[in-house]
Design a protein around this ligand. Structure first.
Ligand code: COA
Length: 251
């Protein structure tokens, strides 16, 4: 792993940290129980900033009660460091991106919605399991997240170590629901939008991405073969090609 620079911003007294690759106005947002390093393949090849959400990675504690609170911190970070950016979010990160589009549209150049959805209900067995039997449930979540067996093994350990914040994030996902607002045309995402999902994503199936594609007129969708929920980790070459092509057409 290449040594990367850390870029910090203090927001409402909390340090928010990001890993920085080549200087590009892209901000990546990780999903539940993950951190900035999940975007290492993108930082190394494309550049940009991968933020650690509050209470994750190198970022400090902040009171987070909803996806909106995460959106607030990321939006402030983007405004402070870049002014305006292409904002790419994975899973929970994609929910945060949608909220940023709704609440803080002035900081958004374009967005990426990766393995995410307009609603992110979580299996009750996962939520209860993380509370009662975190090691076993972390293994199950990792099984659901990847097709690749080496990554499954690696992340089952990482998720077990971070089971408390993983549970908290998944509880926030479970409450996130914009489905009816999209259906009633109450949400207007008008910026260029790239939607990417793994064909075998079990946690946020392609159907969720297709729904977003139908509702966001300015969007394009890519379904990546031989990939599960963690498409940017499992298929970095294909994923980066899609993102690079999207970014190049924005200029
Ligand atoms: N986009 C489009 N459609 C969606 C959607 C989304 N984000 N979320 C739900 N829907 C649809 C479902 O496909 C379903 O449609 P159908 O009736 O035509 O089959 C309908 O809305 C009902 O939603 P569903 O999520 O199935 O609600 P539920 O209460 O019946 O089931 C779960 C809840 C948790 C069992 C289910 O959401 C699930 O299996 N989730 C995936 C596993 C998981 O835990 N993911 C974590 C995400 S971070």
């Amino acid at each position: 792993m290449t040594n990367m620079e850390n870029v910090d911003a203090v927001i409402d007294g909390a340090k928010i940290s990001a890993l920085k690759g080549e200087d590009l106005p892209i901000v990546y947002i990780h999903g539940s129980g993950c951190d900035a390093s999940i975007w290492m393949n993108q930082l190394e090849e494309l550049g940009g900033y991968a933020v650690d959400l509050p209470n994750h990675g190198k970022s400090c504690f902040a009171e987070i009660r909803s996806v909106d609170d995460y959106a607030y911190f990321v939006a402030k970070f983007v405004k402070k460091i870049l002014g305006k950016a292409i904002i790419i979010g994975h899973s929970l990160g994609g929910a945060i991106v949608q909220k940023i589009c709704i609440e803080y549209g002035d900081i958004v150049k374009a967005v990426g919605l990766i393995s995410t959805g307009a609603r992110l209900r979580v299996l009750p067995e996962i939520l209860q399991g993380l509370e009662k039997n975190p090691d076993e449930t972390s293994k199950i979540i990792s099984e659901f997240s990847f097709l690749d067996s080496t990554l499954k093994k690696k992340y089952s350990k990482i998720f077990a170590e971070r089971n408390k914040i993983l549970l908290k994030d998944l509880m926030l996902c479970d409450k996130f629901d914009l489905l009816d607002k999209y259906r009633n045309n109450e949400i207007k995402i008008l910026c260029p939008t790239v939607i990417v999902v793994g064909r075998y994503d079990k946690l946020t199936p392609p159907k969720y991405s297709q729904f977003l594609n139908e509702r966001i007129k300015s969007s394009e969708i890519y379904i990546v073969d031989n990939a599960g929920h963690m498409v940017m980790l499992e298929k970095p070459v294909e994923f980066n090609r899609i993102l690079k092509n999207f970014i190049e057409r924005l200029v």
